[in-house]
Ligand binder design. Structure first.
Ligand code: BJW
Ligand code: ZN
Length: 269
């Protein structure tokens, strides 16, 4: 039964989550949209002015490292100015509760970790730390020897955006070990995801009592396969999104609306 997203669906989805001992959550850029982080596709998305193949591929970085590095510096400055929103906060509080909650994210913005740290106060924030399938914007990685370091986050507003005059092209720094260009530690199109993280996500999806999917277009694989694994294992899937996605026909409940509004209601105690 696919729900239409009304109050009854929300109450039923809430009951399913409350009864579950193990919950897997897959998040996408929509959960961070209300924090001010742009999504990728659709109105206002990051792919509006550039095609992904021009920026988020290893070929693009080889072809024009300054363009790609400048774009990521702009995004780092933007994310550095953002704070977790009520969706992140509700999820972090849910993860601190009595259930086994596995958060799997496609996001690279570090906002789940920040929400978990805030929610845990003096406790252990690890409960709300996600498996990051697409890496992190907050780390650099050498394009040759894979040496990883914390990224420098430019001050908010200090980097011109891709549509600003004098847009930010900047040569990437060089690795201190091998002198190759440094890149952001994110997963680009055509690159493999970390195998153990991916296996962990699929196993969590197959074994969970419920799967919650928030703010993703469910188009990018293999991440989009995670809720499909839950469906295949007969687990209830609850989707939260502003609009239908290719996953919607398979979802047990499709809750249409913003993550910041729906998550506190569907997860709240
Ligand atoms: C709200 C909201 C609000 C808004 N509240 N909701 C099968 C078929 C065809 C192609 C492939 C396939 N399998 C693999 C591929 C190729 C490719 C792929 O999937 N392409 C598709 C586009 C078709 N996949 C890959 O290349 C992957 N690698 C791979 O397969 O490797 C194979 C390999 C194996 C062994 C050796 C070598 C290779 C890698 C994919 C990497 C994706 N990387 C990016 C960039 C990360 C770095 C960066 O940030 O710059 O990841 S692309 C981009 O898309 C980013 C995101 O994580 C990802 C998903 O996007 P997301 O989060 O879903 O965002 P949007 O914008 O698409 O959607 C937002 C949603 O939120 C919308 O639905 C809104 O309605 C909603 N929303 N506001 C609730 N307030
Ligand atoms: Zn190196």
């Amino acid at each position: 039964m696919t729900g239409s997203g009304g109050t009854r669906d929300l109450e039923e989805a809430r009951a399913v989550l409350a009864a579950a001992e193990r919950v897997v959550v897959l998040t996408g850029s929509g959960i961070s949209a209300e924090a001010g982080v742009p999504t990728f596709r659709g109105a206002g998305g990051l792919w509006r002015s550039h095609r992904p193949e021009e920026l988020a591929t290893p070929e693009a970085f080889r072809r024009d490292p300054a363009l790609v590095w400048g774009w990521y510096r702009w995004r780092r400055a933007l994310v550095g100015a953002c704070r977790p929103n009520p969706g992140h906060v509700a999820l972090a509080a849910f993860a601190l509760g009595p259930r086994d909650v596995e958060i799997v994210t496609q996001n690279v913005d570090g906002l789940h970790q920040r929400a978990a740290q805030d929610a845990a106060a003096d406790g252990d924030p690890a409960a709300g730390f996600p498996t990051e399938l697409h890496g992190s914007l907050l780390r650099d990685r050498c394009s040759r020897c894979d040496r990883r370091t914390d990224a420098e986050i430019p001050p908010p507003g200090s980097v011109p955006g891709p549509d600003d005059p004098g847009a930010a092209d900047q040569a990437p720094p060089r690795c201190v070990s091998c002198d190759a260009p440094v890149r952001p530690d994110v997963v680009w199109f055509g690159e493999a995801l970390d195998a153990s993280s991916l296996e962990h996500a699929f196993e969590a999806a197959r074994e969970a009592d419920a799967c919650l999917v928030v703010g993703t277009s469910a188009l990018v694989y293999p991440a989009a396969g995670v809720p499909r694994a839950a469906v295949a294992a007969g687990r209830p899937v609850i989707e939260v999104n502003l609009e239908p996605t290719p996953l919607t026909p398979y979802a047990t409940f499709s809750l249409q609306g913003s993550a910041g509004t729906i998550l506190p209601r569907v997860l709240g105690g």
